[in-house]
Ligand binder design. Structure first.
Ligand code: FEO
Length: 576
């Protein structure tokens, strides 16, 4: 049974949003929100075929909704949900993942149906509490927990951290064999065909989605596949694209093949933590984001949900290790910690953090042990004494990036050396001005020296800037972010250039000793700059190892009329 509501897909609107509702198994219904014209996803994805956001309803003796939808579907989705179920009878909302394309309507739903108990992993619940500024009934679940809805629908929860966020879990209905996986096995493909009937239409988008979202976490994909093995799966109900039923083994084997190849090929960092303790999840997420900026694969390992053989294998093969201090009272951890110490080796880097749990194992004796074993400290131990803030997140992200850069140092050197010297020198003859980008967002600020800057539009005034993917300031230059482009002055730039070329420690203050004042957009203007522009990011284009940031300039001023812009002449393309 398939119902279509909303505007018909054949009619072209500026943005076509339609719904498809269908029975998919006993007592189980999907509401697919079809976003026909979406052409971009996150910051990486350019979409060719739109996308869908899929939400599911299971009506046993108890009723559970699995994930909601994107905020842009608020009216369509909520009207449709009310048409198929009395909202006051929904007992549970299962949240497999908290990115807004799935959680965007949770706040609205809870306003209409405040009796709902939200069921999610611990970290998902933390993210939700930051997203939904209201109290709600909640039930934290972990791998192996079950929830009986009656009429045979017993739900089992399987933790799948790092696919692609640390909050992710999968939900299996033993009554129907339907595996609800949210992002996992998804694809951005908008069509009113409910299932994967013609794989050839889907393959390219399935692979692009894997490459962008899952590939960087290949080892975690393999761990999730292993956890799925005991379940007899009738269909995979993904959060994006068609549901997978006709070619199940083919799709899952593609994930396995790609992940095995990826896991063998790439250096990775093993990140050990106790998910249930302190603020570990949030810290791990930020560290992981920083590592991903350097294209370093990450393997997340919950110390309370692993075994010695797995730990030994990971520590032996990892290029870097991160360890979140477990609680002193945790049972059974001593052999695992001993295994990590026994398998660690001098070719690795190590990073340690306290979790803010209040009773962490002492961090410095352990740091000393790793140093005695010859490991390199990738960053100073991160000491979390209070609830993390945006500044803590940024510090952790920068620490992750430092570790990733260390892990990839040989690869980066080889790439630089492999560049044809003629090409390298010719590229180096592209001379430009010298600029300092400065940005402030909440209590986080950053800056970088930049020379790859050009005017790109007259009306509106637009500027394009290339920013390396692993730059700390890159996280502050997403769509809608604001910043200041400071123009340096010929003859007066050496001090600023030297200062901003320095390597800052994670979370380090870039503006210490530098005179600044605030622009209207809040970012720092350098008092010594020749001129400045206040900019807003409106586009990002992926360009090899850089992002090309296109921004419109809203205001600007020349501080020293008659001054000349500093011009930068280089001998080679890959350094100043
Ligand atoms: Fe479909 Fe990670 O959100």
């Amino acid at each position: 049974m398939v119902f279509q509501v909303g505007s018909p897909p054949a009619i072209v609107f500026a943005s076509r949003l339609t719904l498809q509702t269908a029975a998919i198994a006993a007592d189980s219904t999907v509401i697919r929100c079809l976003d026909w014209d979406r052409d971009r996803f996150d910051i990486e994805f350019e979409l060719q075929n739109g996308t869908t956001y899929n939400s599911f309803l299971i009506e046993g003796e108890k009723t559970a909704l699995i994930d909601t939808s994107h905020g842009k579907f608020k009216d369509l989705y909520l009207e449709e949900l009310e048409a198929i179920v009395d909202l006051k009878t929904i007992d549970y909302l299962i949240v497999n993942h908290t990115e807004p394309d799935h959680s965007g309507l949770i706040g609205d739903l809870l306003t209409l149906a405040p009796q709902i108990t939200v069921v999610a992993s611990k970290v998902a619940m933390q993210f939700l509490q930051n997203q939904i500024h209201r109290t709600f009934a909640c039930q934290v679940v972990k791998s192996g927990d079950r929830l009986d809805l009656g009429l045979g629908h017993e739900l089992a929860f399987i933790s799948a951290p790092n696919l692609h966020w640390p909050d992710t879990m999968l939900t299996y209905d033993s009554g129907t064999g339907v595996f609800y996986t949210c992002d996992v096995f998804g694809l951005h493909y908008c069509d009113d065909t409910l299932y994967d009937e013609i794989p050839a239409l889907l393959e390219a988008d399935f692979q692009l989605y894997y490459d962008c979202l899952m590939g960087p976490n290949a080892r975690s994909v393999l761990a999730a596949l292993k956890r799925m093995e005991p379940f007899a799966i009738s269909q995979i109900a993904t959060g994006h694209g068609p549901l997978l039923r006709h070619h199940l083994t083919d799709w899952t084997e593609r994930y396995r093949t790609w992940s095995e190849a990826q896991a063998k090929a790439e250096p990775f960092v093993a990140l050990f933590y106790v998910g249930e303790y302190g603020f570990s999840d949030r810290i791990v997420h930020a560290l992981g984001q920083g590592l991903l900026k350097t294209a370093t694969a990450v393997e997340l390992v919950d110390l309370l949900d692993t075994d010695i053989a797995t730990v030994r294998e990971l520590v032996t093969t990892a290029a870097g290790l991160v360890l979140g201090m477990p609680p002193q009272s945790a049972p059974g951890l001593e052999p695992i910690l001993s295994t990590i110490l026994a398998a660690a080796h001098p070719k690795q880097a190590i990073g340690l953090f306290e979790t803010g749990g209040g009773q962490d194992e002492p961090i410095f004796p352990l740091r000393n042990r790793f140093q005695e074993l010859g490991l390199t400290s990738a960053f100073e131990p991160i000491l979390i004494k209070a609830a993390p803030t945006e500044a803590t997140d940024k510090l952790c992200e920068e620490a992750g990036t430092d570790l990733g850069q260390w892990v990839n140092r040989d690869r980066s050197q080889k790439q630089a050396q492999s560049q044809d010297s003629g090409l390298d020198q010719a590229l180096g003859r592209l001379s430009t001005g010298l600029y300092i980008l400065t940005a402030r967002k909440g209590d986080v600020s950053s800056a970088m020296l930049s020379s790859w800057v050009i005017q790109a539009s007259i009306e509106p005034a637009g500027v394009a800037i290339a920013v390396a993917k692993d730059r700390a300031i890159e996280s502050l230059l997403h769509w809608g972010d604001t910043f200041v482009l400071n123009v340096l002055e010929e003859g007066h730039y050496q001090r600023l250039m030297k200062h901003f070329l320095k390597r800052f420690p994670p979370g380090g203050d870039r503006f210490e000793g530098i005179a600044t004042y605030a622009a209207a957009n809040g970012s720092p203007i350098l008092a010594e700059a020749l001129a400045y522009l206040e900019c807003t990011v409106t586009h990002r284009l992926e360009a090899g190892d850089h992002w090309v940031i296109y921004c419109t300039a809203k205001a600007g001023r020349v501080a020293k009329p008659g001054g000349l812009t500093a011009v930068h002449h280089r001998k080679a393309s890959n350094h100043y």
